[in-house]
Design a protein around this ligand. Structure first.
Ligand code: SF4
Length: 467
């Protein structure tokens, strides 16, 4: 494992040709170390035969501590694992926790299709992006190969999402695999009783597989080791998820032990971990609202502590919303603030008489302002100035938001205050009031100082617009 650009540099062609988009090989080496670049981004390294050995060695040395496993195919492939650190602030976490929702092969066909569509179509808009669910876990409640195969067929006909085939019966898994073999499904699961047959299926169909040992890390590790020695690379670990009581404490400890060992270099257990919040439904809680509640609690715990993939049941908004939001937040890269593109945006249907405002490109700021304007029916032009994703107050103080930056953003956007609108006026955020004079000078435009809080924009517009 290598951790410094200097070490990675030794494996690069060292010609500074610039084909990777970086001015020097050393700059590219830094990108490899922080994982913002891949070895395949260096054409000479990939194409020239004389570098083949170095490329293979470098790829091995740069591989993440926790193996990355892909489930499914195409645009919606679910990648899990791939982490290098125990704490996000030490680098970042990669591959957000993937959430798979269950269906069973005993469901009525119409209900099955409806639920699959609901899982597939789930969408929650959050800070400029849609949060989605990641896959369907098909549980063989019937334990009947033919019934299971029919349910798998129905599911894959109705979704592009990756699937997990769930049964401890190898014959049932094989029937499902025959139907879904082109979809790279995840097999759940091999345990101490069926590992031989399930391992053979994973090898024969070349699919990822879960090894499962309930609250027994020695057996779990031994199963993973046996599979790895047999040539199975894509392994996921299921140490069991107790829903409550002392068992939950054990589960939490197991997750920590596994991930700590994996990050510290124990390659025999350095695989993604599966959590099963849906065990909340099997813990004797009869009230569905309470079961959903506990499922969300479990999901939160194991999103924060090392669950790479989860099996869930409740699709109540009060259960899914916190789950997807938390995963999004935990997996946000702390090295780069969430930002929107720096450009001129239309809010509603603005024309040449509409107001022109600017804010920063920090996503939370931008979407708050945009939503305050749009929800109040204010048609306008809204410029997002590139402040490296920093909010208004901090970027004015830190020098990322200046009159020059505002001018540069207008120029880059192609929006001309003198030609595209009739009023040659721009509204600045209240927190950037001290830039008013400078911006007037730089833009040659009238500058109105807007309110300190974008929630007050409607009142401000009533009093001050048209100027
Ligand atoms: Fe160096 Fe490769 Fe980038 Fe060229 S493409 S500068 S050889 S890292």
């Amino acid at each position: 494992k290598i951790n410094s650009p200097l070490e990675a540099y030794k494996y690069l062609p060292q010609t500074n040709c610039g084909e990777c988009g970086e001015p020097t090989c050393m700059a590219f080496a830094s990108k490899l170390i922080d994982r913002s670049g891949k070895t395949t981004d260096c054409p000479p390294l990939v194409k020239e035969k004389k570098f083949a050995k170095k490329l293979a060695e470098l790829d091995k040395l740069l591989a993440p501590e926790i193996r990355e496993v892909a489930i499914g195919v195409g645009d919606r492939v679910a990648k899990i694992g791939g982490d290098d650190v125990l704490y996000r602030h030490k680098l970042t976490f990669f591959n957000k926790t993937k959430m798979f929702f269950d269906v069973t092969d005993t469901m009525e066909e119409a209900a099955l299709v409806e639920r699959v569509k609901k899982i597939t179509d789930y969408k929650k808009f959050y800070v400029g992006r849609n949060l989605l669910l990641d896959g369907v876990a098909i549980r063989a409640a019937s334990n009947d190969p033919a019934k299971f195969a029919a349910a798998v067929k129905k599911v894959i006909e109705n979704t592009e999402l990756p699937v997990i085939l769930c049964s401890f019966n190898p014959a049932v898994l094989k029937a499902g695999l025959e139907v879904a073999k082109d979809k790279n499904p995840l097999l759940y699961a091999a345990n101490k009783d069926n590992w031989k047959e399930v391992g053979e299926l994973a090898l024969e169909y070349k699919v990822p597989v879960v090894v499962s040992a309930f609250n027994d890390l020695d057996t779990l590790k031994s199963l993973a080791k046996t599979f790895a020695e047999a040539g199975i690379k894509d392994i996921v670990l299921d140490p069991g998820t107790y829903p409550s009581g002392k068992g939950l404490k054990d589960t939490f400890t197991n997750f920590l032990k596994i991930r700590r060992a994996g990050i510290m270099g124990d390659t025999e257990i350095a695989y993604p971990i599966m959590a099963m919040p849906l065990t909340a439904w099997m813990s004797g809680i009869s009230d569905p609202v309470s079961a959903s509640y506990w499922e969300t609690v479990l999901s939160s715990v194991f999103t924060i502590r090392y669950g790479d993939i989860m099996l869930l049941h409740s699709m109540e908004p009060y259960a899914t919303m916190p789950e997807v939001h938390l995963a999004e937040t935990i997996y946000t890269d702390p090295r780069s603030p969430v930002a929107v593109d720096s450009k001129m945006y239309k809010v509603g249907t603005p024309d040449e008489n509409s107001p022109v405002l600017f804010t920063t490109n920090f996503a939370l700021t931008y979407y708050t302002v945009e939503s305050d304007l749009a929800s109040n029916g204010i048609n306008c032009w809204l410029l997002a100035v590139n402040t490296d994703g920093i909010g208004v107050e901090a970027s004015v103080a830190g020098g990322q938001l200046t009159a020059d930056k505002v001018k540069e953003a207008f120029e880059k956007s192609g929006f001309d205050l003198k030609k595209d609108v009739t009023h040659n006026t721009v509204i600045t955020p209240g927190l950037a009031a001290r830039l008013q004079g400078d911006i007037e000078d730089k833009l040659g435009a009238k500058v109105l100082v807007g309110p300190m809080d974008s929630g007050r924009l409607p009142g401000f517009m009533e009093k001050n617009w048209p100027p």
